[in-house]
Write a protein that binds this ligand. Structure first.
Ligand SMILES: Nc1ncnc2c1ncn2[C@@H]1O[C@H](COP(=O)(O)OP(=O)(O)OP(=O)(O)O)[C@@H](O)[C@H]1O
Length: 293
């Protein structure tokens, strides 16, 4: 399977934050959801992928090309939706189109008009008066109107109402039907991913935790519940993190099969949500075991 995005050993430091030896690959023809808590490096990674930031060391390759020699070609083939407002505010959508269109060889007016109609966007209203949802729709319309192979979105669903979120996810699903597009998008609304993500890439504090096929996560991870007397130093090692209370423990395992072997019927194993995985991983990494009395 071909990798459409490849980051190899990327390091990027800010004061108080470090994206460390970051290596990820994104497969062509699939939807990859990029998850992680606040401030863990999702936007930084996306900016590196878009060449809006440059790595201190390591390599970024898109479509097998590097930005140093192929920036124009790479940008032609990407549709980018950003959560901060990067649209010029003091123009109408029609004017915006006229500004942006010449930059793209494959710009398609018919497609642009189709999305404007679908999203019920006003062409002659000043963009600064758009609501957050309208702004996102405008940003999407522009990103989708030049037949981009790769759609990159930073938190496209944040701040949107549930109806538009659902519509957006349906639209992304439709876009994937011909198998030619690739979508990489960050979110912390993990339930959005249930509908469309094929792969999940998980980042925590600048560290790549995993990239996995979504269905494999369910096969490998489980929430384990049982009585605290099942726990000792050896059995505790089975877990990414544990929460103990007077009534028992709840923990996350990343090796469901072995946990089943170790505990047998004595513990209950349940399907974890992505949120469970994020939360317990954070706790495990922070070496924090919460104890309730
Ligand atoms: N240009 C910059 N200069 C200094 N620090 C920065 C810069 N950009 C990001 N950071 C810091 O890097 C860290 C990661 O930020 P980033 O925006 O990548 O996180 P994120 O995962 O996208 O978070 P969120 O979900 O809250 O948007 C934060 O601590 C942030 O303050």
């Amino acid at each position: 399977m071909e990798n459409i995005i490849e980051l190899q050993g990327v390091n990027k430091s800010f004061n108080g934050f470090k994206l460390q030896d970051f290596t990820i690959s994104v497969k062509r023809g699939f939807v990859t959801g990029f998850i992680g808590g606040n401030g863990v490096g999702k936007s930084t990674t996306i900016k590196l992928i878009m060449n809006l930031l440059q790595p201190d060391s390591g390599t970024v390759s898109i479509f097998g090309l590097d930005y140093k020699n192929h920036e124009k070609e790479i940008k032609q083939r990407i549709g980018f939706v950003f959560d901060e407002n990067i649209l010029y505010e003091n123009v109408t959508l029609n004017e915006m189109k006229r500004i942006i269109k010449p930059a793209y060889k494959n710009w398609d007016d018919a497609l642009f008009n189709q999305y404007v109609k679908k999203f019920e966007l006003p062409l002659n209203k000043n963009i600064k008066n758009f609501s957050k949802g309208m702004m996102m729709k405008a940003s999407l319309t522009i990103a989708l109107s030049h037949h981009a192979e790769l759609i990159i979105m930073d938190e496209p669903t944040s701040g949107l109402d549930p109806i538009f979120r659902r519509e957006l996810l349906e639209l992304l699903h439709e876009l994937m039907q011909n198998g030619e597009k690739t979508i990489f998008f960050s979110t912390h609304i993990t339930t959005d991913l249930d509908r469309i993500a094929d792969y999940i890439t998980f980042i925590h504090n600048g560290e790549h935790i995993f990239t996995k096929e979504y269905y494999k996560i369910e096969e490998e991870y489980a929430i384990v519940k049982g009585e605290t007397n099942l726990l000792d130093r050896d059995t505790e090692r089975e877990f990414i993190a544990i929460r103990k209370s007077n009534y028992g423990f709840e923990a996350l395992t990343g090796n469901k099969q072995r946990t089943e072997e170790v505990f047998g019927d004595a513990a209950i194993l349940e399907k974890p949500t992505l949120e469970d995985i994020m939360l317990y991983t954070k706790r495990g990494k922070d070496k924090y075991v919460e104890s309730h009395s």
